[in-house]
Design a protein around this ligand. Structure first.
Ligand code: URA
Length: 458
């Protein structure tokens, strides 16, 4: 509770201050967060404040104060009784970004505990929890006692914010999704770190996306976000690294809800379609860092190979299935991945030109996925578990006109037309193969991040 909270703070004054370019102190931010969690600040005032923060930005100090206040807006998880290092990964959001389903069991198989608090679809990006909801019976809104029990049994658990666990993020996250206020470094940083710090982590690996499907498309902005998050998490006592990774095309072969879970299960079973190779590689890199930071290996490279071993010998698959079962999921859904996929309408989109796939406007593709029914128009709406897109060609592939390019899955026929047009707009073909883009282009650790921020504010 902020010192000024009992005195005369008024939300309207804080909206106007932020709107006019002012800087809020920790007490003022605390007042907003407390009122968000308790529901005493109306949503229209929160929306106005979010837009003012989006337009004028948050300073580093405001961002830190917001992250800490949001962390403290509800109860916190204490992983110390698990007797293992608690390490997690979080992504800044992407299209087909499903590494959580792989890194959680991979890292758990190598001896670290993974208490993961995740989110739902945000803007053009998919949500881990919406994808998990496509498994019949799966429950992500666990109590802290249930969270600890699943972690004790399986080494990993994936849960949601709740009215008692990071409640301020629960409200602000859903509101940002509906008010066009997602793409702000300060708001993204505070949202992600509030969840991660509330989980009591010893260490954290951040997957900061850059490129056409990232919230912050420009590399310089993504670098700033990475540095801001690493420095903020380290200042709060959590050892953190951030990998700057490519979101210039969807990750893996699928983007949607059930189809993303199914792609991960295929990988865990050892199947390896070419279009899934970036997903496999990035998941091993992220899990490698998690295992290393959790003390399992001396280097992140060794962590990578430990994770690759857990993938190859089936340990990660076994843990994933145990986790799903422990959270109420019906494992029968995995008997036949294709039979379990029941879209209302399907359309195969054939390549409308010949050439190399030179570039993909991945944000546009993300909106296509959401409009097929995978995302929501209004807060709290259900999403279609079967909606999504399967890509048969990715950047760099040579395609001939008329060959299958993508398969679209929608709730009904009428929802197919707009996404088809979006996909066509999103793809650029060329006569020559495009240059390859590295999957991981930079790694920020603490010193790197602090130096970057010092330079940025100079
Ligand atoms: N993930 C989050 O949890 N919050 C954001 O703002 C973006 C990605």
């Amino acid at each position: 509770m902020s010192k000024k909270a009992d005195a005369a703070l008024h939300m309207i004054d804080l909206i106007r201050k932020k709107r006019d370019g002012g800087v809020l102190d920790a007490d003022e931010i605390g007042f907003i967060v407390t009122g968000t969690a308790s529901g005493t600040i109306p949503l229209e005032q929160l929306s106005a404040w979010l837009m003012a923060a989006w337009l004028n930005g948050l300073t580093i100090d405001e961002t830190r104060a917001l992250a800490v206040a949001m962390r403290d807006s509800g109860e916190k998880f204490d992983p110390s009784r698990l007797g293992k290092q608690a390490v997690d990964k979080h992504s800044t959001g992407g299209v087909g970004d499903k590494t959580s389903f792989l890194v959680a069991p991979l890292a758990a198989a190598c001896g670290v505990a993974v208490p993961m608090i995740s989110g739902r679809a945000l803007g053009h990006t998919g949500g881990t929890l919406d994808k998990l909801d496509s498994i019949p019976g799966f429950r992500s809104a666990l109590t802290l006692t249930e969270f600890e029990a699943v972690l004790g049994q399986c080494g990993a658990a994936i849960v949601s914010q709740t009215p008692t666990l990071v409640p301020a993020d629960r409200v602000l996250y859903a509101l940002r999704d509906r008010t066009g206020t997602v793409e702000s470094p300060g708001l993204i940083c505070a949202s992600i770190l509030s969840k991660k710090l509330a989980a009591g982590l010893n260490a954290l690996v951040l997957d900061v996306k850059t490129g056409s499907g990232a919230f912050l498309r420009k590399r310089a902005n993504a670098e700033y976000l990475a540095a801001l998050m690493v420095a903020t998490a380290e200042a709060a006592g959590t050892r953190t690294v951030a990998l700057l990774t490519d979101m210039g095309q969807p990750l893996g072969r699928t983007a949607g809800n059930w189809i993303e879970v199914a792609e991960c299960v295929e990988l865990l079973r050892g199947e390896m379609p070419e279009e899934s190779s970036d997903l496999r590689e990035l998941s091993l890199r992220l899990a490698g860092w998690m295992i290393h930071l959790g003390g399992g290996t001396k280097t992140a490279d060794q962590g990578y190979w430990a994770a690759a071993g857990a993938l190859a010998d089936g340990t990660a698959l076994k843990l994933f299935l145990e986790m799903v079962k422990a959270q109420g999921g019906d494992l029968a859904v995995f008997d036949d991945l294709k039979v379990s996929h029941k879209p209302g309408a399907t359309q195969e989109l054939k390549a409308w030109k010949s050439g190399y796939v030179a570039a993909m406007d991945t944000m546009e593709l993300g909106w296509a996925v959401q409009r097929l029914g995978a995302g929501r128009e209004k807060a709290g709406e259900p999403v279609d578990p079967n909606a999504g897109i399967e890509f048969h060609a990715k950047r760099g592939a040579r395609v001939e006109g008329g060959q299958p390019f993508a398969t679209l899955y929608a709730t009904n026929e009428t929802m197919l037309a707009e996404p088809v047009e979006r996909i066509k707009r999103a793809i650029t073909f060329s006569d020559e193969p495009p240059e390859t883009v590295p999957l991981v282009s930079h790694i920020f650790a603490r010193e790197d991040a602090e130096a970057y921020l010092r330079d940025a504010i100079r």
